[in-house]
Ligand binder design. Structure first.
Ligand code: ZN
Length: 129
């Protein structure tokens, strides 16, 4: 066990309504101390449509994995997202696709896709790889 605590990696929207909820989910479900957060406005939509942004995010993800020992990642989409304005059901489809893309390079042992309802604070697990 590292002396600086345990980490996971979060691919999250920049939306401040999601961050605390997601960090709490990670601490509870992964048992980690520190979620490293990579923020992209409209995270789920951008990860599947913008290869440049995806590579930027993967560069940060590798730092989290290699230097902080992160083995688990979550990919977030949420309701009322100003960066990716689609219905909730489309978010869930896009979260699943984004989760597959994040899992593909093998940086992490597990990648989980989560949908956050910012009105209720509910987090739904969409997929797990
Ligand atoms: Zn958003």
């Amino acid at each position: 066990m590292s002396s600086h605590g345990t980490f996971c990696t979060v691919f999250d929207c920049m939306d401040g309504r999601t961050n605390d909820l997601v960090n709490a989910w990670c601490r509870t479900n992964f048992g980690v101390d520190h979620p490293d957060t990579i923020t992209i406005a409209g995270c789920d939509g951008i990860l599947i449509s913008d290869a440049g942004e995806r590579e930027r995010a993967f560069k940060l993800a590798r730092i989290s994995a290699h230097h902080h020992g992160s083995k688990q990642a979550v990919v977030i989409g949420h309701s009322e997202c100003a960066g990716h304005m689609v219905p909730n059901e489309q978010h869930k489809i896009d979260i699943e696709q984004a989760t597959k893309l994040v899992a593909a390079p093998g940086i992490f042992e597990h990648v989980v896709g989560l949908f956050v309802d910012v009105r209720t604070g509910e987090i739904v697990e969409v997929c797990r790889i």
